[in-house]
Design a protein around this ligand. Structure first.
Ligand code: FMN
Length: 184
């Protein structure tokens, strides 16, 4: 397990090749086994490929053009995160009206589900990156609206998935746990 965790990397470059339906369903199934408070199973998974991905492209382009009107190069490079990704899964978390604690716990559960999906994707020979910023559009309303999520849902992750077109060989840089641990 430790080796698998050390090996997992954020992959941002993908081959222009579709991901098989069976593999996508295995990733979705992996999400459902995540731990979650009171079995609220607070996740919802929005799968985009082909046409729906083209629609997301338009949403992201509009967002970037409004945000960076004088930076066309930045827009072009940012857009590649979508145009060169064959599969994007947006994961939302349920908001529990009037219960901030439960809403937060739901976010934690959804984050666990995303980690399960990440490890599952790697096991299937796929690469993945969890995006929130920029075209990840997790902190904006545009993607929330586009996928048709309800007001009782909030976006937690935009997962870009595909067959990897890069191998990351740099060793994983992490602060030793000793510097992050207090034994009481
Ligand atoms: C909540 C969260 C948000 C992230 N958002 C982005 C993002 O918007 N864009 C991006 O390129 N990577 C994003 N990442 C990926 C991280 O940059 C990546 O996990 C980190 O650099 C560590 O590298 P590793 O995953 O290969 O260990 C995000 C990761 C997490 C957990």
């Amino acid at each position: 397990m430790l080796n698998a965790l050390k090996k997992r990397r954020a992959i941002r470059k993908f081959e222009p090749r579709e991901v098989e339906r069976e593999k996508i369903e295995t990733i979705l199934e992996a999400a459902t086994y995540a731990p979650n408070d009171r079995m609220r199973e607070p996740w919802h998974l929005y799968v985009m490929q082909g046409e729906s991905l083209k629609g997301y492209e338009k949403v992201a382009l509009k967002y970037l053009e409004q945000r960076f009107p004088t930076k066309p190069q930045l827009i072009d490079s940012s857009m590649e995160a979508i145009t060169k990704t064959p599969l994007i899964i947006v994961v939302t978390s349920a908001i529990v009206e009037g219960d901030e604690g439960a809403t937060k716990d739901n976010e934690f559960a959804v984050s666990s589900a995303i980690m399960s999906m990440w490890l599952m994707a790697e096991e299937l020979g796929l690469g993945m990156v969890w995006r929130t910023r920029g075209v990840g559009l997790v902190h904006d309303t545009a993607l929330h609206t586009y996928i048709g999520a309800s007001n009782q849902e909030q976006l937690v992750g935009t997962l870009c998935i595909g067959y990897p077109a890069e191998t990351i060989t740099t060793p994983k840089k992490r602060t030793p746990f000793k510097e992050k641990t207090t034994w009481l």
